[in-house]
Design a protein around this ligand. Structure first.
Ligand code: GLU
Length: 432
């Protein structure tokens, strides 16, 4: 079996050329944290503590490759703040992983956990590698090597990893097994996103798309748009994008555009989603089967009611934000809209549901998985779905109300809601 049959199919595309090249994810995150901290009336010490992770380690992982050679991989684990509880967040395998990005993503995990009111702080990990060019066994050795390298600082009550870009339940299973061997007891709560037979949760695989779906349902109510018949464009056909296309299609919305790393398909009459899902490969590629393909950038500017960037960062920028025609933008990817573009969309009256709210479904069901592991009693898919709905609806409403009453855009409102828990927990602990 090749790993391409199994990997998590979050889409990865080259970012377009824009202002994000001069301002990285960590810097833009810090800018909004500063504004959120000031708006909440917290002092500078709160900002100084929360603008960077408490700890980030770099590890070098020697792996024996199938040809007998040894390759040394570089990986990171960043733990933003553990005042609320253990840190939590995914591990990505990608050639463009870098320390600043992992740090920023760990801060976002703190914000997501704060928004969803989960008893965690934020963590994130990554390994610089291209899993698409590695064999199944090489990936197993790399996954186990990473766990050995970070084992001192992780654990079910310290820091709990999970899937992220190009990692999946098989990789979680190897990591859990390696950790259990090191600790000499079975430790399902060490990691989430596991296969069901190893203590995974019902509904974890579709959790991100479910969360995005619930945000869309709430957003259309605010904009007085009927979901039935609403025109939706989804950029990215990976884990989030593909399940979302299915859920939207089943809800009676018209999915008129989708894309993958190679291009986009657009049909104002609606695409045949079941056919596309059937033909997509495990990396979410499907557009290569068609000749009438447009670019990802063209797709973003198409006439529609709801636009869901579900691919990678920096897709909606100061250059194209003025041409986005959607009434609602729901960010299923991490960081698809730059800060300048956020302002432009807000001024134009577009309702933007930010990433740290829209993509919170994944970590929320990860939390449910960890709770089930700790209690040794497992819930049905319906129970998980209902609990997820409660969390998402409450989070959406709190952020929407904050944005209305404080006259701030939804992204800043989400930061304000998300930062409160780590800030207050740090203060109670006497750290600031
Ligand atoms: N990687 C996902 C995220 O960025 C999930 C994290 C988790 O389940 O802990 O939210």
């Amino acid at each position: 079996m090749k790993m391409t049959d199994l990997v998590n199919t979050n889409q990865v595309q080259k970012p377009c050329n824009n202002e994000s090249e001069t301002i990285d994810l960590l810097t833009s995150t810090q800018l909004i944290i500063k504004e959120a901290v000031q708006n909440l009336g917290y002092n500078d010490e709160v900002y100084e503590l929360l603008k960077e992770p408490l700890r980030t380690i770099t590890v070098r992982i020697p792996v024996r490759m199938d040809d007998g050679s040894i390759k040394i991989f570089t990986g990171y684990r960043s733990q933003h703040n553990d005042a609320v509880g253990p840190t939590k967040g995914g591990v990505r395998f990608h050639p463009e992983v870098n320390e600043a990005e992992v740090k920023a993503l760990s801060i976002w995990m703190s914000l997501k956990c704060g928004i969803a009111n989960l008893p965690y702080g934020g963590g994130k990990g990554g390994i610089i590698c291209d899993p698409r060019n590695m064999s199944f066994r090489e990936l197993e050795r790399l996954s186990r090597g990473y766990v050995r390298a970070i084992s001192q600082i992780v654990g079910p009550t310290k820091d709990i990893p999970a899937p992220d870009v190009y990692t999946n339940s098989q990789i979680m299973a190897w990591m859990m097994d390696e950790y259990s061997r090191l600790r000499e007891f079975d430790s399902p709560g060490f990691i989430t996103g596991k296969p069901l037979v190893l203590g995974g949760s019902q509904g974890r695989e579709t959790a991100t798309a479910r969360g995005v779906t619930i945000c869309i349902e709430e957003a259309v109510k605010k904009k007085n748009i009927e979901l039935q018949g609403a025109r939706i464009v989804i950029q990215g056909f990976g884990n989030a994008g593909s399940f979302l296309a299915k859920f939207m299609h089943d809800a009676g919305a018209k999915v008129i555009g989708i894309s993958d790393a190679h291009g986009a398909l657009y049909d104002p009459e609606g695409l045949d989603i079941d056919y596309l899902l059937d033909r997509r490969d495990s990396y979410g590629t499907v557009t290569t089967l068609f000749t009438n393909v447009i670019t990802n950038q063209e797709l973003l500017e198409k006439e529609c009611d709801i636009l869901v960037p579900a691919a990678i960062s920096n897709q909606i920028t100061a250059q194209n934000a003025g041409r986005i025609k959607a009434a609602i933008v729901v960010e299923a990817a991490n960081g698809p809209t730059t800060l300048e573009a956020t302002k432009i969309l807000d001024e134009r009256g577009v309702l933007l549901v930010p990433d740290i709210l829209a993509s919170t479904g994944g970590v929320t069901v990860s939390y449910f998985e960890w709770v089930q592991n700790n209690q040794g009693y497992y819930w049905s898919e319906d129970e998980v779905a209902e609990k997820l709905r409660n969390v998402m609806v409450t989070s959406f409403e709190e952020i929407y109300q904050t944005s209305q009453t404080r006259h701030v855009d939804m992204r800043l409102a989400a930061y304000m809601v998300g930062i409160r828990k780590p800030a207050e927990a740090s203060r109670y602990r006497g750290w600031i």
